[in-house]
Design a protein around this ligand. Sequence first.
Ligand SMILES: *[C@@H]1O[C@H](CO)[C@@H](O)[C@H](O)[C@H]1NC(C)=O
Ligand SMILES: *[C@@H]1O[C@H](CO)[C@@H](O)[C@H](O)[C@H]1NC(C)=O
Ligand SMILES: *[C@@H]1O[C@H](CO)[C@@H](O)[C@H](O)[C@H]1NC(C)=O
Ligand SMILES: *[C@@H]1O[C@H](CO)[C@@H](O)[C@H](O)[C@H]1NC(C)=O
Ligand SMILES: *[C@@H]1O[C@H](CO)[C@@H](O)[C@H](O)[C@H]1NC(C)=O
Ligand SMILES: *[C@@H]1O[C@H](CO)[C@@H](O)[C@H](O)[C@H]1NC(C)=O
Ligand SMILES: *[C@@H]1O[C@H](CO)[C@@H](O)[C@H](O)[C@H]1NC(C)=O
Ligand SMILES: *[C@@H]1O[C@H](CO)[C@@H](O)[C@H](O)[C@H]1NC(C)=O
Ligand SMILES: *[C@@H]1O[C@H](CO)[C@@H](O)[C@H](O)[C@H]1NC(C)=O
Ligand SMILES: *[C@@H]1O[C@H](CO)[C@@H](O)[C@H](O)[C@H]1NC(C)=O
Length: 400
Amino acid sequence: MRLRLPTFLVLSSAATLSLASRGKGQHKAASCTLVASGGDDAPQFLSAVKSCTTVVIPKTTTLNINSRLNMTGLSNTHIDLAGTIKFSPDIPYWTGNGFFIPFQSQITFWLVGGKNIHLSGGGTLDGSGQVWYDAFASNSTLLRPIILTITQASDVVVENITMINSPEWHNLINESKNVVYRNIHINAASTSSHTAKNTDGWNIYRSDNVVITDSVINNGDDCVAFKPNATNILVANLNCTGSHGISVGSLGQYPGMFDIVENVIARNIRMSNAQNGARIKAWAGPNVGSGIVKNITFDGFIESKVDHPVIIDQCYMTNATACAQFPSNTFIQDIWFNNISGTGTSSTVAQLTCSPDGRCKNINVNNLHLAAPAGTAKYTCQNVVLSGNSASLFPNCTVT
Ligand SMILES: *[C@@H]1O[C@H](CO)[C@@H](O)[C@H](O)[C@H]1NC(C)=O
Ligand SMILES: *[C@@H]1O[C@H](CO)[C@@H](O)[C@H](O)[C@H]1NC(C)=O
Ligand SMILES: *[C@@H]1O[C@H](CO)[C@@H](O)[C@H](O)[C@H]1NC(C)=O
Ligand SMILES: *[C@@H]1O[C@H](CO)[C@@H](O)[C@H](O)[C@H]1NC(C)=O
Ligand SMILES: *[C@@H]1O[C@H](CO)[C@@H](O)[C@H](O)[C@H]1NC(C)=O
Ligand SMILES: *[C@@H]1O[C@H](CO)[C@@H](O)[C@H](O)[C@H]1NC(C)=O
Ligand SMILES: *[C@@H]1O[C@H](CO)[C@@H](O)[C@H](O)[C@H]1NC(C)=O
Ligand SMILES: *[C@@H]1O[C@H](CO)[C@@H](O)[C@H](O)[C@H]1NC(C)=O
Ligand SMILES: *[C@@H]1O[C@H](CO)[C@@H](O)[C@H](O)[C@H]1NC(C)=O
Ligand SMILES: *[C@@H]1O[C@H](CO)[C@@H](O)[C@H](O)[C@H]1NC(C)=O
């Protein structure tokens, strides 16, 4: 039996049954299966999320997305992606038509918003990043798209998804709450000499209650970054390779803005070949913003070949003289670095650089076991009163 629906919707038997018995006020089919159209699959994908509760993209299907996907305002939607969603490598189209993201001036291929949204299925989101990595090498102002932006959403689960070669960040969470990612594989790898720059795993912005667990990330920028107003976050069981670390910030950059990052736990993290391990960075200097970083725990990091395994930089982008003259207006307090072991790439394995005037408060270090590649490991420190069983490793700071 064939119902009168757009021809691209191949109904499963479950959908047929549900359509036959759908109640009043219910205008959605239960399940629709998409097959590739041979052209731009964005229109059929957009129609399907409007008309079906579950949109199935089978294992053998690759949807080619040549135009932007605005999926805001969804409700009770499941995208069951076993196949692939591939974003076209059409630089002129995307730079002109990608959704603009004002924060740090970026664009995105795909906006997802609304409530009760589930993306899963074992499939792949492919950002076709190589052309972007090559183009960015000769145009440093090139606007590059984020693959997936969850925006103004609540109760979202993204699980069992592989994301490859985003032109820019893989995930942005903006103005959302109750968002879970688990079992995500991220791999951004350039095949040319131009590296996959700014390919962050996740950035969390103006969002509350976000969980990211059980994932493997291989990329060229932050593994996870907590941007302004990221609160109540759990990040656990991640394997990050090649990244810039698990990062709070940078915060306090924009004059007139107040940035909050509060109640974060990052636990059981394996960090390899990375620029940073556990990091907090805040701007100092004239003409910057302000904010507070509060109640952050980094616990159980195993690090290998990491440039800065443990780092607080409250004088970000500011030299020591300027940082003393214009201390950071972003306060950093109630911070725990616990159970962090492994190797750095230079003699300095931990550095806690704070503005004067006690703007870092209640900083705790426990069970730090970090080795330099050769010789004695250095734990450097400025303007901090430290607590915890590893505080004495930092000779230049006061210990409580
Ligand atoms: C996305 O679609 C919604 C609903 O149609 C619309 O209100 C909104 O302006 C669109 N967003 C963008 C960024 O175009
Ligand atoms: C976050 O969402 C709001 C509301 O849609 C929008 O105005 C803002 O530009 C978005 N910010 C980013 C960084 O995407
Ligand atoms: C996700 O994968 C896990 C482990 O592979 C499996 O147990 C779970 O059922 C999957 N969930 C979904 C919604 O596919
Ligand atoms: C670089 O990219 C920007 C933004 O995408 C664009 O406006 C500009 O024309 C590009 N510059 C060159 C030299 O192609
Ligand atoms: C984690 O990453 C390391 C280094 O890339 C790798 O050797 C290890 O097998 C990975 N473990 C998992 C569970 O993916
Ligand atoms: C963060 O939240 C505070 C308090 O609600 C607000 O004043 C501030 O403007 C927010 N900052 C940003 C960057 O959204
Ligand atoms: C600190 O943050 C964690 C993680 O969100 C939370 O469970 C805990 O209650 C917070 N502690 C305080 C004192 O707010
Ligand atoms: C420190 O930064 C200030 C302001 O940017 C600059 O004027 C000064 O020359 C710098 N001092 C040193 C020692 O680099
Ligand atoms: C981490 O450190 C705390 C003390 O700071 C300790 O109680 C806890 O057992 C440690 N956890 C692990 C997994 O080693
Ligand atoms: C401590 O401070 C002294 C004097 O400024 C400096 O020579 C030494 O390198 C510092 N030690 C560490 C571990 O930072």
